[in-house]
Design a protein around this ligand. Structure first.
Ligand code: NAD
Length: 454
């Protein structure tokens, strides 16, 4: 018995009926989403606190407000995004009409992770609905309280003939992926990304893969250590360190490390107090499995700051590791927790070489008082996104595409990029039925004279 067949058939029928295509329908769905967020804000904040010990502040700025802004932007621009895009023509098509039509793919599957369980389900959903698709949403089974709201409350705000939430872990998602979708948007780790892409390949379904990896953070000798420490600590420990674009490790000289360590300690104490475990601002690790994995990483190098953990709360203290070797696990896998290793390099060139020897990251950070240094890192490396002298602020701009490159993913979204991701760009040329005399120069028998006229 296939648990998804009926739902998928219903959604396919709805798409075929054409009802998701008009701008009015799309706008009504987006307004429904906006209403869902407004009316259930407190419920969502409570769920995020239960799932991740997420503070109301972090929930507001990184989950709810980002989603709201995306909805508002899509509603403001929907009609202009939907408009046919006229394109330049050549001599042979001067009398025709040539344009790109943005049409919905059809039935879209969105698979989401647990670390920002509202943002990373709703933001892609905004793009998929704005583009006129029917959508199956698969939230993460780990962020249980949020998953429950998405499954039980969200559908009430949307047209249920065109939208469904399905639940489950790897096994159920695997079953779901056996079905044919017209587009799959996946956010999660690169191992699962490969599984999703292989399943999509069977149906030749296009995918966006928003994956993770290790995001380097280069800190130049020419910097103000306290400013750098404040910014690195904020973005490393935000959401308990469970952010795909968090700075994963610092690359700096031994001298800069010596100046950075007391500054990082100051920042951590200022942010989370003398006893970070009692701070309402610090998140917890999502699951026992991830907690044990992270506790294992605390054994790499030498603990310079933090290092404490408490299994009963899945608490890991904001930690800084030094004397870390490149071959140790903490430098081999994405950390995804509140642990920051510092790796020493002797020069900017060595740092760039270190970055380029590894997979292309989702984000890359460079801190320096010298604009030249920041620009050199930007010019000589590659990554999904880049931010000079701060953490993941680049991804808060809906005018920038958000996505990875190489092992950190493919495709991008946010703002209009989301609409374009979920739309097929159909190449259209409309020719008048007449003027046969002119167009007949293309027909055989071919002649050199006609070739000159073409
Ligand atoms: P995950 O890949 O384990 O899970 C993501 C989704 O895939 C979940 O809905 C899960 O149910 C499903 N899934 C898990 N195993 C599966 C399988 N074998 N077959 C089919 N589906 C399966 O990722 P996660 O642990 O939820 O999230 C953490 C990862 O996601 C990190 O690597 C992080 O960097 C990445 N991430 C990336 C972004 C981004 O925007 N690029 C954002 C957040 C998280």
């Amino acid at each position: 018995m296939d648990p998804f067949a009926d739902t998928l058939r219903r959604l396919r029928e709805a798409f075929s009926s054409g009802r998701t295509r008009p701008a009015e329908f799309r706008a009504a769905q987006l307004k429904g989403l906006r209403c869902f967020l407004r009316e259930n804000k407190q419920l969502l904040q409570e769920a995020l606190a239960q799932d991740l010990h997420k503070s109301a502040f972090e929930a507001e700025v990184s989950e709810i407000r980002i989603s709201q802004n995306e909805i508002d932007l899509a509603l403001r621009n929907l009609r202009s995004w939907m408009k046919d895009e006229k394109v330049p023509k050549n001599l042979a098509t001067q009398l025709d009409s040539a344009f790109i039509r943005k049409e919905p793919f059809g039935l879209v599957l969105i698979i989401a992770p647990w670390n920002y369980p509202v943002n990373l389900t709703l933001v892609p959903l905004v793009g998929a609905l704005a583009a006129g698709n029917c959508v199956v949403l698969k939230p993460s089974e780990f962020s249980r309280s949020t998953e429950k709201i998405l499954a039980e409350v969200l559908p009430r705000y949307l047209d249920q003939s065109c939208f469904a939430v399905v639940l489950g872990g790897p096994q159920e998602t695997g079953q779901l992926l056996e079905h044919k979708f017209d587009y799959i948007f996946f956010t999660g780790n690169p191992r699962v990304g490969r599984i999703v892409m292989a399943a999509a390949a069977k149906h030749l379904t296009p995918v966006t893969l928003e994956l993770g990896g290790k995001n380097p953070c280069y800190v130049d000798d020419d910097c103000d250590p306290q400013t750098v420490a404040n910014r690195v600590a904020l973005f490393r420990y935000f959401n308990g360190g469970q952010t795909c674009v968090a700075p994963d490790y610092v690359l700096c000289s031994p001298d800069t490390q010596e100046r950075l360590l007391p500054a990082l300690q100051t920042a951590i104490t200022r942010f989370y107090g003398e006893d970070p475990q009692s701070s309402p601002s610090l998140g917890r690790i999502i699951s026992e499995k991830h907690f044990q994995r992270l506790r294992g990483l605390l054994g790499c190098g030498r603990v310079a700051i933090g290092g404490q953990s408490d299994e009963s709360e899945r608490y890991i203290a904001p930690t800084v590791l030094v004397d870390v070797r490149e071959t140790e696990p903490v430098m081999q896998e994405e950390i995804f927790g509140p642990i920051l290793p510092i790796v020493n390099v002797r020069s900017l060139d060595e740092a760039i070489d270190f970055i380029n020897r590894r997979e292309k990251p989702l984000a890359l950070y460079a801190f320096s008082n010298s604009n030249r240094v920041v620009k050199q890192v930007l010019a000589q490396t590659s990554s999904g996104g880049f931010c000079g002298n701060d953490g993941f602020m680049h991804m808060t701009l809906a005018s920038l595409p958000f996505g990875g490159v190489g092992a950190s993913g493919m495709g991008s979204y946010h703002g209009k990029f989301s609409f374009d991701t979920f739309s097929h760009h159909r190449a259209c040329l409309l020719r008048r039925p007449g003027l046969e005399k002119i167009y007949s120069i293309r027909y055989p028998p071919y002649s050199p004279r006609n070739l000159r006229l073409l």
